[in-house]
Design a protein around this ligand. Structure first.
Ligand code: FAD
Length: 333
């Protein structure tokens, strides 16, 4: 079922869960066991993030450097397939522009269509380690809005059959739509939104205008970056509505679980952590269990407040951890 239909037919808020594909070396059974605790909540779907391949340069014996591809994680499509082989749950792979050409993305879409997966979250991705700014791969997309546009032009297997009979090239490859009818909106597309603004955007107004480009290109809903102050989300939704964005905006939450994250999360995700939370954590000192509990309780109260405000769903960035998320789900859903 498409997420847009789930959202349209849902009468109360439901949890949306995002997992990160395992590092190479983890077995399928280990992956499935790691998400088993979520299954007692009958999630409607599970999002699976996507990670760009990285390169490293190694010095050879003759003093020259050679470039090596490092693939650290199992692909999102493989993980989705593994999940669907065991559990009766929809999966939502994330597709990123970073490090990929439009043709490679088209091939991913072929695989998803083949598997019957018709939900996607479309994202740009980030720069490679060591790169100052994001630069698109030659033949790839620069912004997520371009990716959404590309996905909307996807003709799928019906397109290939037509292509073979008409001897025309696929539009996503050529960037042309002439002579082709758009197929039905096969993929339901989610995109990312930033209540505290994306770190590269000059201001929140510009960032929301860019978010609107993704919706205008055909995205069906928004999932927000994590935030720790609900007012930030409510203000963001109001600004989006004023800017003409009418699609559902699902709030994204992550429970803080270690003292280190007080510095790491703002640095990595360009967000603020309210002083009430940071000072409670400071008071807990070295007591790791107490910090974990404070982060979980904070997230529970955020989640309950969001539900009371009528959000359609709450998205959880589980980041490979289930214990705190399970506690939050037990309290809130
Ligand atoms: P975009 O929407 O392309 O925006 C990027 C920047 O460009 C913004 O500053 C925007 O304002 C600006 N911009 C956009 N369009 C234009 C335009 N036409 N002209 C000028 N400026 C423009 N990363 C991963 O690698 N894998 C994942 O699986 C993943 N999942 C995520 C899930 C969610 C819900 C979210 C919120 C983020 C996720 N990310 C993931 C992180 C994401 O890839 C980064 O935040 C990335 O830096 C931006 O991605 P985007 O899709 O929001 O980019």
């Amino acid at each position: 079922m498409k997420i847009s239909d789930i959202l349209a037919n849902s009468t109360k808020a439901y949890p949306s869960l995002e997992i990160v594909p395992p590092l190479r070396g983890m077995t399928k059974n280990e992956l499935l066991e790691s998400i088993a605790p979520f299954m007692e909540f009958s999630p409607k779907y599970i999002n699976v993030t996507s990670h760009r391949d990285e390169f490293e340069f190694r010095e050879e014996a003759d003093g020259t450097f050679s470039r090596h591809l490092i693939r650290n994680r199992i692909s999102e499509t493989t993980v989705c397939t593994a999940i669907m082989s065991k559990y009766d749950v929809e999966t939502v792979p994330h597709i990123i522009c970073a490090g990929t050409t439009a043709e490679e993305i088209e091939s991913k879409l072929d695989n998803l269509e083949f598997l019957g997966i018709n939900n996607i979250v479309a994202l740009r991705g980030d720069s490679m380690t060591g790169e100052k700014r994001f630069s698109p791969t030659p033949g790839g997309y620069r912004y997520a809005s371009e990716l959404v546009e590309g996905i909307r032009k996807y003709q799928g297997s019906a397109g290939y059959r037509r292509q073979r009979s008409e001897e025309k090239r696929s539009p996503i490859r050529s960037g042309m739509t002439d002579g082709y009818e758009m197929t039905d909106r096969y993929f339901c597309i989610g995109v990312g939104g930033y209540p505290e603004k994306h770190f590269e955007a000059a201001n929140i107004e510009t960032d929301i205008a860019n978010l609107k480009k993704k919706i205008d290109a055909g995205a069906d809903y928004v999932i927000t970056q994590m935030f720790f102050d609900n007012q930030v989300y409510y203000d963001f939704v109001r600004r989006c509505r004023e800017a003409g964005i009418t699609v559902p905006i699902i709030p994204g939450l992550k429970p803080l679980s270690t003292a280190r994250q007080v510095n790491m999360l703002p640095e990595s995700f360009s967000l603020d952590i309210p002083v009430e939370l940071t000072s409670e954590i400071a008071k807990a000192g070295e007591d790791k269990e107490a910090i974990y509990q404070i982060g979980t309780e904070w997230c529970i109260s955020q989640c309950k407040d969001l539900i009371a405000h009528g959000v359609p769903a709450v998205h959880f960035y589980t980041m490979g951890k289930s214990k705190n998320i399970v506690n939050i789900l037990k309290e809130c859903f």
